[in-house]
Design a protein. Structure first.
Length: 282
């Protein structure tokens, strides 16, 4: 194991060790490899699966799990092929079909029936795409400032992200985070992990198309979309308008004072409460 990888795993475990609730660490095997899932909450609680944004790992939910796991069985998933404790196997994830097949296998390993699905950013795109393709597996869907679902990125955001995408380093990752969050205070242990994650060896990110309006209109899944009021990733007004126009059964709300990358840990109590209220509705 290289020194960089050791540092990353040490930082990863440090954040998980400080989660405010007891956790179970699960490793689910498939042809794609081994997927690490961190579980907490009552084992007989309704399953809630959390999908993190790009480069953040499942540890990013540290400010949410205490509230969410009081009544739900929470499963925080490390996306395979990215920074985290999931390990790629003999079959690489090379397409959207592979990515959704991987997620379907994860859900099979966690819950035989339906589960609630919550995704942030790129994780929101995966959650929405999966729910549109496999609605029978998703009871309710929560999208947290989702990207590439209803509108594209701002050009300025992509320009700022470009150096990090071309040659990712911990310093560049932290600088990008500071810019997008406008210098918001971030948990030091998680900030250290976020920087190290940028240098983690990873496979090519699967970038799929934005769902077409006709696909969105076919949705039967109750959906909550929470938008970051100060998001620099996209124009939230366009995102909200497109969702309301094309996606049936959607509720939308804006989380004021939050940027795209300060979700879900900043002012987490408001997000936690809104998500639980939505999941608890008949």
């Amino acid at each position: 194991m290289t020194e960089d990888l050791t540092r990353f795993l040490t930082a990863y475990d440090a954040v998980l060790d400080h989660w405010p609730v007891p956790v179970d660490r699960m490793d689910l095997t498939s042809a794609y490899g081994t997927t690490r899932v961190t579980a907490c909450g009552p084992v007989d609680g309704e399953p809630l699966v959390l999908l993190h944004g790009g480069g953040t790992t499942s540890a990013v939910w540290f400010a949410n799990v205490a509230d969410l796991s009081r009544t739900r069985r929470v499963y925080a998933v490390d996306r395979i092929g990215e920074a985290g404790r999931s390990l790629c196997g003999g079959r690489p994830v090379q397409s959207v079909d592979d990515l959704l097949d991987w997620l379907n296998g994860v859900l099979d390993g966690l819950s035989p029936g339906r589960a609630d699905l919550c995704g942030h950013s790129y994780g929101g795109w995966i959650a929405l795409t999966y729910a549109l393709r496999t609605p029978q597996r998703v009871r309710k869907l929560a999208l947290l400032d989702p990207t590439q679902c209803f509108a594209g990125y701002r050009a300025g955001y992509l320009l700022r992200a470009l150096p990090m995408l071309i040659r990712p380093t911990a310093q560049r990752a932290r600088a990008f985070l500071a810019w997008e969050t406008r210098g918001a205070e971030v948990d030091p242990a998680w900030l250290d992990l976020y920087g190290l994650a940028a240098e983690f060896p990873r496979t090519k990110v699967i970038v799929g198309k934005r769902p077409k309006p006709r696909q969105l209109r076919s949705s039967t899944t109750p959906t909550l979309m929470l938008l970051a009021g100060d998001s620099r990733a996209h124009d939230i007004r366009r995102v909200e308008a497109a969702a309301r126009l094309h996606l049936p059964h959607v509720e939308t709300a804006v989380l004021p004072g939050l940027s795209h990358h300060s979700v879900p840990f900043a002012r987490a109590a408001a997000f936690n409460s809104m998500l639980l209220d939505f999941l608890g509705k008949p």
